[in-house]
Design a protein around this ligand. Structure first.
Ligand code: XMP
Length: 515
């Protein structure tokens, strides 16, 4: 095995919402990490022989029945361990003399942590008092015999525990989330000061590792991919193509709800530049027919989703028998798709996706990655900038940005307005800092005046948001000059539009899209 991959961190996942985030933070330190379920066996751990182990947080209380535990021998392997939240409580509970119980008072959200111990490696270079992010109902009632307490908050006495000799550390707070000041530094201290790993791992290494995993999984079989033109499916298919060449065929369904120039860009990049076998399906009329007279947002989504599947199946059926399907699933899809039991807010994450009962085995090379990491991979693979940096775009496309019925006229109008928005945001050099910027066409008209004439035209709503992961978002504080040039150009260049308004609502309570 590659030397760089041997220097790795094993993250044992106890079902906490931040487990993958820990993996990402470790990768940001240029260190290879793997996430395994908490019951990954001791034998396998010994075989892997990681340079360090991180025990994640989790929703359970150590006091409950059938709670997830680890074999306590992992604390005696000579491998440094960092327990986070539940991970720390578990360590404390399993070590001799330690006891964890329900706290009188839980601690959720921001807290002040005071570091009491001088120069412990985990807190090297960290201020004595920092803000940390807490989320726990249990606490350490008795500190294990060979451990010392290194930090406390107002509510939690043992917020940091450690056994310097055995290199065992536990923190009650979450260093991996942004609300913890210097959290990344604390994690990197664990990696560099405690585990003494060298930062050698890069995105190029990730690509290499994925290539060999894809080759192992796919063998000599055929594989197909539904290409949407978005970053995720583009990067996933480019990666798979690099791994297995023309065993891959991409199917690009043009549903006619794309932005200006998008379809031709994708055909050019994949069909010509990368020479990936590409089936282009012009299904524009088919989708428009189905959408006639439909106004309810969820109904539109369902129709588009179903039609997409039908077209895809038809096209796949024309190809040689295929065993595998590439999916551009990324980590935020995994979280939002309900693996964390969150209520479905909109039915979006199955739209443009394919149903589970399709007879394919999935290849999902980006499942562990966050959006910006996917972009880095796109760059490593040499995909065009326009695709790598493309803002997220919903599967049902412009159909859910036209309020009410979708007609060819409205589509043309919105496409033009949207193109102006993209151009102006790019011209102002804001495109990459912004999560999404687009135009929405509401189902109403208002009075205006142009020249000496009264007009009765459409307003265009400008929606521009900043976000890290689309789960929450804030409206972008665009400079007035940018707002002005968008407004001027839209009303001048797009016929039937006489007004531009700016949406100044965050998510929540609004969503990013209008439907
Ligand atoms: P909302 O509007 O729920 O959107 O704040 C969050 C993110 O999801 C995208 N989105 C969709 N993506 N199919 C998709 O593939 C959909 O039906 C859909 N609806 C919303 C949205 O653009 C934003 O990035």
């Amino acid at each position: 095995m590659d030397k760089k991959q041997k220097e790795k961190i094993l993250i044992l996942d106890f079902g906490g919402q931040y487990s993958q985030l820990i993996a990402r933070r470790v990768r940001e330190c240029n260190i290879y990490s793997v996430v395994k379920p908490y019951d990954y066996s001791l034998d396998k751990i010994k075989k892997m022989n990681p340079e360090g182990i991180i025990l994640s947080g989790g929703p359970e209380s150590v006091e409950g029945n059938n709670v997830p535990v680890v074999d306590k021998q992992i604390f005696y392997l000579g491998i440094p361990v960092l327990g986070i939240c539940y991970g720390m409580q578990l360590m404390a509970d399993l070590m001799p003399g330690g006891k964890v119980r329900k706290a009188h008072q839980g601690e959720y959200g921001k807290a002040r942590l005071t570091i009491q111990s001088e120069d412990i490696p985990l807190f090297s270079g960290i201020e004595k008092e920092i803000q940390v992010w807490m989320s726990h109902g249990d606490h350490i009632k008795e500190v294990p015999a060979d451990f010392a307490v290194a930090g406390r908050t107002d509510i939690t006495e043992a917020a940091v525990i450690y056994n310097r000799e055995q290199k065992l550390y536990g923190v009650q707070f979450h260093p991996e989330v942004k609300h913890t000041q210097q959290g990344q530094k604390i994690l990197s201290n664990f990696l560099f000061e405690v585990c003494k790993i060298k930062p050698e791992w890069t995105m190029e290494d990730f690509v290499e590792q994925q290539l060999s995993e894809i080759r192992d999984q796919v063998g000599n079989e055929k594989i197909i991919c539904g290409l949407s033109g978005g970053v995720d499916s583009s990067v996933a298919s480019a990666l798979v193509h690099k791994a297995v060449g023309d065993q891959l065929t991409c199917i690009f369904v043009d549903h006619g709800l794309l932005r200006k120039g998008e379809a031709s860009q994708v055909r050019k990049a994949f069909g010509q530049q990368f020479n990936i076998p590409l089936v282009y399906v012009d299904a524009r009329d088919r989708f428009l027919d189905k959408l006639q007279g439909i106004t309810a947002p969820e109904k539109k989504r369902k129709i588009i989703g179903n039609e997409f599947i039908r077209v895809f199946e038809e096209e796949a059926g024309k190809l040689e028998k295929t065993k595998f399907l590439v999916q551009g699933t990324i980590y935020s899809d995994v979280i939002e798709s309900g693996e964390n039991d969150a209520d479905t807010i909109k039915s979006h994450h199955n739209v443009g996706g394919l149903p589970d009962d399709m007879q394919f085995e999935l290849v999902e090379p980006l499942r562990m990655l966050f959006k910006d990491e996917v972009r880095q991979i796109g760059e490593v693979l040499g995909l065009p900038e326009d695709i790598v940096w493309r803002q997220p775009f919903p599967g049902p496309g412009l159909a859910i940005r036209i309020i009410g019925e979708v007609t060819p006229e409205k589509l043309a109008l919105l496409r033009e307005a949207d193109a102006v928005v993209q151009e102006e945001i790019k011209k102002a050099d804001l495109y990459r800092d912004i999560w999404q910027s687009f135009a929405v066409l509401p189902d109403l008209r208002s009075v205006g005046v142009m020249g000496d004439e009264r007009t009765y035209g459409y307003p265009v709503i400008l929606r521009v948001v900043t976000s890290d992961d689309a789960m929450t978002a804030d409206w972008a504080r665009l400079p007035y000059e940018v707002l002005e040039s968008i407004s001027c150009r839209v009303v001048n260049e797009v016929s039937q539009v006489n007004r531009v308004v700016y949406d100044i609502t965050s998510k929540p309570p609004a969503t990013i899209e209008w439907e």
